[in-house]
Design a protein around this ligand. Structure first.
Ligand code: HOZ
Length: 431
């Protein structure tokens, strides 16, 4: 297949490198671990994105998850146009934020009280602050390979953004902060039990991606999340589900619905902003009533509850609430799974494919991937080659073997067939 031209993207990347770190505003976008130059995007529609050189790609990055309806959904765009004409930011309450919060609570009843913020990073750091304020303890337990945004203290063994570049923990995080973060292997209940027995009174909370989306797509072993729930309840530790990625993706009600676990607190982002910058954190009344001005734990934001972001979220959730939406999303995701597994098998390349609802990942390995160590042992060189072949065939997957892929409502069976054909050719070259 002839190579696609990326002339304009290359020129822009060279320009960008002179003015931004690595030429990007978020590290994984720089393509460093997969080789080549990032493509600069001009526009997007439905399941496709278009780069500045006029190339078309079937998109499985979907802005790293939020575009579950597909890009530029007319209902979202029209509502945004109307909302923009009324004002883009007021720094004051609006009916929209109440409407979105009520819509979210309907699907995530564990979020009895919630607050809107501007990103997943803000949601997780604020949830942890609330848990610390509530318990009076400082320590946080997180799991290797789980990413909870880039707040100090959470950048410890934090999966994709760091793992892609081989840095387990970021410099610039004071040792005193990192000291309060206890990191354990994911899917290892014994390790968690041990730490509870040793240090429960110092632990404010446990934060977890219930399905790890920042080391590919790692599923919880049967009984693992239930075990965490039981132990945290026993020891009075706040259990925080970081559903920024899994929310509305693993199922309509997220991982908590799919695995039937009620966390004390939940963080959302991505999908609930319909492609605009949004995060939300919420949970049990008694914890959330600690937040200012109800309580003493301070957290604020000029753009929090922004009317445009709320509008995009509301329109997205309205469509997600339709009775047939998830049936369609799950059928498309299952078809992609079946087609990619079949392509790898026919090409004779060893891969493991994992899927949780509309999130998925292909690892180049013949061994099961149950935690970050397993993910790091998979063949990332093969992944890089596979990525480049797919891109050249017009299929955009995440530029890191530590990231998940996503399905949208806009993907057609023909997109999926084209993806499977491209994957078969790419798998043959990778072998
Ligand atoms: N590692 C981030 C998502 N899991 C990357 C986000 C971005 O570059 O936009």
């Amino acid at each position: 297949m002839p190579k696609l031209s990326h002339k304009r993207s290359k020129e822009l990347f060279n320009k960008a490198k002179r003015i931004m770190p690595g030429g990007v505003n978020s590290p994984v976008r720089a393509f460093k671990s997969v080789g080549g130059n990032p493509i600069f995007i001009d526009s997007a529609k439905g399941s496709k994105i278009y780069d500045v050189d006029g190339n078309e790609y079937i998109d499985y990055v979907l802005s790293w998850g939020p575009m579950i309806l597909g890009h530029t959904h007319p209902k979202v765009i029209n509502a945004l146009k109307k909302a923009a004409e009324k004002g883009t930011s007021f720094g004051a309450p609006t009916p929209l934020e109440v409407e979105l919060a009520e819509m979210v609570k309907k699907v995530y009843p564990s979020m009895e009280i919630m607050r809107m913020v501007n990103s997943g990073t803000e949601a997780t750091m604020s949830a942890i602050r609330a848990a610390r304020g509530f318990t009076g303890s400082d320590k946080v337990v997180k799991f290797e390979g789980c990413y909870h945004g880039h707040a100090d203290g959470l950048l410890v063994k934090a999966g994709s953004g760091l793992a892609t570049f081989g840095v387990p923990t970021s410099p610039g995080v004071p040792k005193d902060y990192a000291r309060n973060t206890i990191t354990l292997p994911y899917n290892d209940l014994k390790a968690f039990k041990k730490i509870c027995e040793k240090a429960a009174k110092h632990i404010a909370c446990v934060i977890i991606e219930p399905v790890v989306g920042n080391s590919g797509c790692i599923l919880p072993k049967s009984g693992y999340l239930e075990g965490l729930r039981k132990l945290t309840a026993k020891y009075g530790i706040v259990l925080i589900f970081d559903e920024v990625m899994t929310g509305f993706r693993v199922s309509y009600g997220g991982a908590q619905k799919a695995f039937n676990i009620k966390p004390d607190m939940t963080c959302l982002g991505k999908v609930i902003g319909g492609g605009l910058p949004v995060g939300a954190y919420g949970g049990k009344k008694e914890i959330m009533r600690m937040i200012s001005p109800d309580g003493p734990v301070y957290q604020a934001g000029t753009l929090s509850g922004n009317p445009l972001a709320m509008t995009a979220g509301i329109e997205t959730l309205k469509i997600l609430a339709r009775p047939d939406t998830y049936k369609k999303l799950m059928a498309k995701s299952a078809l992609l799974e079946e087609s990619l597994k079949d392509a790898a098998k026919r090409a004779g390349v060893a891969t493991k494919f994992y899927r949780a609802g509309t999130m998925f990942c292909t690892y180049f390995t013949d061994k099961e991937v149950c935690n970050f160590t397993d993910a790091a042992r998979t063949d990332m060189d093969k992944f890089g080659k596979f990525f480049r072949e797919m891109l050249n065939s017009g299929v955009n997957i995440a530029p890191s073997g530590y990231e998940a892929g996503f399905m949208s409502l806009a993907h057609t069976n023909s997109d999926i067939r084209k993806t499977a054909r491209a994957a078969y050719e790419a798998f043959k070259k990778v072998k």
